[in-house]
Design a protein. Sequence first.
Length: 96
Amino acid sequence: MLVGKVTGNIVATQKTDTLDGFKLLLIEETDINGTGKGKFIVAVDTVGAGHDELVLYATGSSARLTPQTQNKPVDAVICGIVDSIEHNGKETFKKN
């Protein structure tokens, strides 16, 4: 899994039927402090993430292993919302 920040929404009215009903979010990959790295990806939201939230996401074939995305043409999926990150005994991120 990777850590990223929700930076926007993607609206696609024309898409394959298997993606109908999915919320697509723009995610910026971050470091453990929540600082953006400038690399963006579109991910299917399965947990109700919102703008500016730090999230956990999976890419590649792992993105198709959630109950919602199984056998769907998905390359990235949000599978968690981060509450806090601790690294080497020090909290590097805490959700407001």
